[in-house]
Design a protein. Structure first.
Length: 169
């Protein structure tokens, strides 16, 4: 059975390979430091029978959004800068890709963002796609591109909550 938990020292990160060196190096060398320093939080998906092998991971952080970059429909509602939650990284080991683990992690991230929104102010969930394939992947979860940078995407908080409720019902 799969489970998602906060990255710990005990997790074996050395063999993780998602095919993107920058993501591999982040998990192997930086993610734990960022957790300790309070910069971001990284979560791993693991098999409960082999709890140290990292199958995939995602990182969440707070961000500040320059609202004028957002679509006008949303930008006009907020001051010039506003807080948001950011999906800073998402990766699945090559051996486990195309098995739905990315979707599981995104849904878990959405749950966490909604929980945070009940205690702190944020206007939405943001992600920077690395390319058009990643953009298309995020769009299937409801992320919308910014007008001037189509690889910068977001979901307004209210839309995120409504979508999540409809999926859970």
């Amino acid at each position: 059975m799969l489970k998602i938990e906060t990255l710990k020292k005990e997790h074996d990160r050395s063999g993780f390979d998602c095919g993107i060196e920058a993501l591999n190096l982040f998990l192997q060398n930086i993610a734990r430091q960022h957790i300790v320093k309070g910069i971001s939080k990284t979560f791993v998906i693991i098999e409960d029978t082999h709890q140290i092998e990292v199958l995939g991971f995602f990182t969440l952080a707070f961000c500040e959004i320059v609202v004028e970059k957002m679509p006008h429909k949303y930008a006009r509602k907020y001051p010039s800068k506003a807080p948001g939650a950011k999906l800073a990284r998402l990766a699945v080991d090559i051996k486990f890709q195309r098995k739905g683990y990315g979707a599981m992690m995104i849904m878990n991230a959405i749950e966490r963002v909604i929980t945070v929104s009940e205690n702190l102010g944020i206007i939405g969930f943001f992600v920077d796609a690395k390319d058009n394939d990643a953009k298309a992947y995020y769009e299937q979860f409801g992320f919308m591109p910014f007008p001037d940078n189509p690889l910068e995407l977001f979901i307004p908080l209210e839309t995120l909550k409504q979508s999540y409720q409809s999926i859970r019902i």
